[in-house]
Write a protein that binds this ligand. Structure first.
Ligand code: CA
Length: 243
């Protein structure tokens, strides 16, 4: 197996994962499972040590414990999302406090996914793999498919299974933005910046109107509930919608 801290001569294709976790036994379980699956793992027991590593390199993914001794994981995540280098770094929040409020806070703070302790090895690996797969340079991807809903930017075509979905240009860009970063919460301001790309002021309520239109179209093909409203924050495209 790959030894953890001596990473000489590792293949370029190996993905690096930073495990941020203060409890040594949990940290070692995470490390063990991830290394067994071929990831290169580094770890940090505090927020300060995690930041010190990130000053040198941005890993392919971070697993982040919410309860750290020197800072909460949520604060740390918010810091990362404010910095250019780490803004889009994939983060899977891992927490023992698996209640709904923590899950939502983690997602609001910009986590790509959420894992509650205790977790199984399979669940850990499935989440990590999914997040890594989606973290591929999103803007470059022409085709994104989630649960049978497919958006093809080259041919400007959306299909649900075999059925074509007709969208206007703004709805198309909105759906593409959502689908290239599934499960993340997007504020109305972010959506305006990235989807409208307007230098002029756009009323945030315009986003609500557009989302409603998009949902109405998706409703006909059974995908309306994929676009979730996150109260007080914005919207997210859920790959596993709450029903
Ligand atoms: Ca902890």
């Amino acid at each position: 197996m790959y030894s953890s801290s001596q990473h000489r001569d590792y293949p370029q294709s190996m993905k690096t994962i930073l495990v941020v976790e203060d409890e040594a036994p949990v940290r070692e379980v995470l490390r063990f499972c991830l290394e067994r699956s071929g990831y290169l793992v580094t770890s940090a027991a505090t927020a300060r040590l995690a930041q010190a590593q990130l000053d040198y390199f941005v890993p392919d993914l971070v697993t982040l414990d919410l309860g750290l001794p020197d800072k909460t994981g949520l604060e740390l995540l918010q810091d990362w999302r404010r910095q250019e280098r780490t803004q889009r770094m994939p983060v899977v929040v891992v927490s023992g406090r698996g209640d709904e409020r923590d899950r939502v806070s983690g997602l609001r703070a910009g986590a790509d996914d959420y894992l509650s302790k205790p977790f199984s090895r399979d669940e850990l690996l499935a989440r990590v793999e999914t997040v890594l797969r989606r973290a591929a340079p999103t803007d470059a991807r022409e085709v994104v498919e989630i649960n049978g809903l497919r958006i093809d930017s080259a041919s400007i075509r959306v299909t649900a299974g075999e059925r074509p979905v007709a969208l206007g240009p703004l709805e198309f860009r909105l759906l593409r933005y959502f689908m290239t970063q599934p499960n993340r919460v997007h504020s109305r301001d972010d959506i305006i910046d990235r989807v409208w790309r307007s230098k002029e002021y756009v009323d945030p309520r315009a986003v609500d109107v557009q989302v409603r239109r998009l949902r109405r179209v998706l409703e006909d093909v059974g995908y309306a509930e994929c676009i979730e409203t996150v109260r007080g924050m914005g919207y997210r495209f859920a790959d596993q919608p709450a029903r």
